[in-house]
Structures are given as structure tokens and as C-alpha cells.
Design a protein around this ligand. Structure first.
Ligand code: 2AM
Length: 176
């Protein structure tokens, strides 16, 4: 049996932004709204890869290394709720073209390597709360934290001691 890991490509958020987000979140949502995602786990997923073998991981890493794209900025200025998946999220009113392009390229590579990709439109977001299945009073927007994205990363999703933890495996710069 070959072992697999649950992997995804994502944009890491700077520590200062993660701290600002959790401070803001604490003032916006009551305890019963949902389960807050740990500060260390706040990120924007670019492509979810699922359970991946070591061989496939190598191919995906090689594709990530070949990818050429310029850095871009984004502003986290939107907030919403998906009751079906129980997720309250932070996002962007207008996702920058660079972000959509980066995600599209990584998702295309993932699909080429046999990783199932959802046919639903890509909606870049930071998951703030989980298990939010009841109606949630949402703030009208979000403070609009600006982030310069000059790289992207590969993470493994681990579950230990009843907690989900994301382990950073590798990062690649955006340049060119
Ligand atoms: P979520 O935060 O909206 O749940 C690690 O689990 C990351 O991959 C999370 O950002 C999660 O998105 C995303 N993810 C998990 N399962 C997924 C799936 N089946 N399709 C797309 N993204 C998924």
C-alpha cells in the first residue's frame, strides 16, 4: 500500500494580518455563531489536491516550481456565510486577476495529475468560522486588510489530538 497525504496549495497570510483578523473576528461574532479557526490555520486555498501519493506530489511540486507569475496585491474587504458547509469567510469584493490566474494554473495542473477539482466556481476565501449552520449576523464588510502576495505554498492537512493542523511543506516565489 502506498501512503498518501492530504495536500493543498494556499497563500499564507502574514502574522500581523492573522492577528488583526482574529481580533476583529472576536468583536464581530458571538460565541454561538460557529467554531473559530485557529490563527495559525488562516489561509487562502488556491487548489485543494486531496489524498496525494508521493509520486503525484513530486509531479505537483515540479509544476509549482515551473510556474511563472508576477506578485500581486489583494484586499480582504468582504465577509460572507455559506450555511450549507457551515463556513463564515473573509474574501474579496473583487478578486485580483493575478489571484484567479494563479489558482486556475494550479487547479489545471492538479486536474492533469488526476486530483479531482470541483466544477463549482473558485471563490477565494479565508475560512473564519466552521460549524456555522444557523443564520449569522454578518458585518457589512471587512476592514480590507491589504496583502502583497509574492509566493504560494504547499500544505499538508493533519488531524491529531482532535485538531486539524496545517503543516507547511514548501513555498515558491512569484516573480517574472
Ligand atoms: P474551506 O476552508 O473552505 O473548508 C484545507 O482543508 C483547505 O482545503 C481548506 O481551505 C478547505 O477549504 C479546502 N478544502 C477542503 N476540502 C475541499 C474540497 N473538497 N474542495 C475544495 N477545497 C477544499
Amino acid at each position: 500500500m502506498t501512503s498518501t497525504r492530504r495536500l493543498f496549495f494556499a497563500i499564507a497570510l502574514p502574522d500581523s494580518v492573522r492577528q488583526a483578523i482574529i481580533g476583529w473576528r472576536a468583536g464581530q461574532f458571538p460565541y454561538e455563531a460557529g467554531r473559530p479557526v485557529a490563527a495559525a490555520n488562516l489561509h487562502i486555498t488556491l487548489a485543494f489536491l486531496g489524498e496525494v501519493s508521493a509520486n503525484k506530489e513530486q509531479a505537483l511540486r515540479a509544476a509549482a516550481m515551473r510556474l511563472q507569475q508576477k506578485p500581486f496585491t489583494l484586499a480582504l474587504d468582504d465577509c460572507g456565510h455559506w450555511p450549507g458547509s457551515g463556513v463564515v469567510w473573509l474574501g474579496m469584493k473583487r478578486a485580483p486577476r493575478g489571484l484567479l490566474q494563479l489558482a486556475q494554473r494550479l487547479r489545471a495542473q492538479a486536474a492533469r495529475n488526476g486530483c479531482y477539482q470541483s466544477p463549482l466556481p473558485f471563490h477565494p476565501h479565508v475560512t473564519l468560522l466552521r460549524q456555522a449552520r444557523q443564520a449569522v449576523a454578518l458585518p457589512p464588510g471587512a476592514p480590507g486588510w491589504e496583502i502583497t502576495v509574492d509566493g504560494f505554498s504547499l500544505y499538508a492537512s493533519l488531524f491529531d489530538n482532535g485538531r486539524t493542523r496545517y503543516m507547511l511543506l514548501d513555498s515558491w516565489p512569484l516573480a517574472g
